[in-house]
Write a protein that binds this ligand. Structure first.
Ligand SMILES: [Zn+2]
Length: 147
């Protein structure tokens, strides 16, 4: 579904380098404040809740639920037909903007609170983007992308 050449890719910065190194290794990295235990995203060098700089990076489970979404019907050069722009709520708490893939892009298929799991699409040498798909019990396969 994705024309990789037409998606603007993020530029890793010192603050986000760990996150992009993580997605390249198919791991979702989050940060947790050592002082107040707040888990947050996007990456930054201090806690957004208490401003502490004692923060740690850890591996998220990759499990999430669908918090909200819109279906964009306007043509986008990188997508075939309508596509969802979703906000997913990670099991650890933070919310993240993403796309739901391997799923029909319809209100019938995209149910709020549906269980999701992260999948990674390699876009370039440096960048893999995290997407989400309906949770499957058996595999991490991301082969059926053409729905
Ligand atoms: Zn904190």
């Amino acid at each position: 579904m994705v024309d990789k050449t037409k998606i603007p890719l993020p530029q890793p910065t010192p603050e986000t380098a760990h996150f992009w190194a993580g997605t390249k290794n198919e791991t979702l990295k989050l940060q947790r404040c050592d002082d107040c235990n707040n888990v947050y995203f996007p990456p930054r060098p201090f806690c957004p809740s208490c401003a502490s700089r004692k923060v740690s990076v850890f591996d998220a489970s990759g499990s999430a639920t669908l918090y909200s979404y819109v279906i964009n019907n306007r043509p986008h050069p990188a997508f075939d037909g309508p596509y969802s722009i979703a906000v997913v709520e990670l099991e650890e708490g933070p919310r993240m903007m993403s796309n739901i893939i391997n799923c029909p892009q319809t209100p019938e298929a995209l149910e709020l609170d549906m269980p999701l799991e992260v999948v990674f699409e390699s876009m370039s040498e440096e960048i893999s983007l995290p997407y989400f798909q309906p949770a499957t019990s058996d595999s991490k396969s991301s082969d059926s992308r053409n729905q």
